[in-house]
Design a protein around this ligand. Sequence first.
Ligand SMILES: Cc1cc2nc3c(=O)[nH]c(=O)nc-3n(C[C@H](O)[C@H](O)[C@H](O)COP(=O)(O)OP(=O)(O)OC[C@H]3O[C@@H](n4cnc5c(N)ncnc54)[C@H](O)[C@@H]3O)c2cc1C
Length: 367
Amino acid sequence: MPDVVVVGAGVMGSAAAWALAEAGREVVVLERFTAGHDRAGSHGETRLFRLVYDTVDYIRLAKEALSQWRQLESLTGRALLETTGGVEHGMAPQELRRLLEALAVEHVDAEVLDAAEAGRRWPGMRFADPVLFQPEAGRLKAADAIAAFHSAEADFRFEQQVERIDVVGDDGPVDIHTASGTVRAPRVIVAAGPWTPALVGKLPALRVTQEQPRHFRPIHDDIAWPNFVHWRKGGFDTYGLLAPGEGVKVGFHAGGPSSIRTVATSSRTQWPIGPCGRTSRTGFPGWTRRTRRRSAVFTTTPRPLTSSSTNLGRSPWPAVSPATASSSRRRSASCWPAWRSGQRAHRTGSPRPAPSGNPEATLTLLC
Ligand SMILES: Cc1cc2nc3c(=O)[nH]c(=O)nc-3n(C[C@H](O)[C@H](O)[C@H](O)COP(=O)(O)OP(=O)(O)OC[C@H]3O[C@@H](n4cnc5c(N)ncnc54)[C@H](O)[C@@H]3O)c2cc1C
């Protein structure tokens, strides 16, 4: 019997499996599609890594994630996170103050520049307000990161769709059923992204949107492109980064249409060009025409899941340990590795899942 079964080999499940295997646990990962497939939330070449969040908790997690990315790089011999710096602008003065205060608590370097100075430093962008620059932000090689996690000594089983999970007896173990058989284990980690409720029953509402970031060609190859996040009042944030070989990638945070039926890139509804076109004319003199668009599903919770907010109602789970990555606005999964061994669950007072400590949780949710 394996020590843990992980359902889902997106970045969350893969990171969890890697950490558990590193800790000497026997892990089986069940993924309904192929390795690195493009039908969920984790595919694509790049992701932003940032330390600028509006709560100290998230900044702390991002700091932990930074050191764990570096550890993953040194253990696997892969360069995964390139430091580019990051700029954030468009926030109200009180929001900027709050961000600076939170960063100061965690001793994270940050610099505020006026719009003219920022425009000189990064001529590909146009700024109207003070700009918060954070030098440790970076570009994560997302597909390579997942491949690095898949190098774990874990039993990854692809094209194995989990159909049902049953708790056996009062206190586990757990039977995980697929079309080709049943795997029994003392613990299960469900990292099924938008499909999580289908497997575990009642959960706080997940918001699933279909995102289609665009790539634009830079006008000059020698312009510096830090990560960028443009905060907007009452609208969606624009974010982006230079993706080498693909162009400047830009997207709207959870701005796409609601969707959960997305299972193949080719069948996706197309997101109108409007907002991106406008953004390119007004805010980005340094790029020219659109080169390509990608599509992926984005899952957010209204607020971070905690033990008390995870009311599973009549669910049979003896112990549940939620660990949320993407919650509300402006928070995302740059903290991937910080969730990989369940630190979040531990921090919120829930039992830490298997890697260390007392693994009391029968079910861990990574969503
Ligand atoms: C366009 C876009 C841009 C983003 N940009 C950033 C960024 O710049 N920085 C950042 O930090 N974050 C970013 N994110 C967010 C981040 O990519 C996601 O939070 C993360 O990839 C989610 O990973 P996951 O493993 O939880 O979910 P998913 O990637 O959705 O993985 C869930 C997996 O579970 C599998 N599965 C589901 N049901 C079953 C079943 N019954 N049996 C077996 N397997 C099952 C699925 O096939 C899938 O592989 C972005 C997201 C999107 C969509």
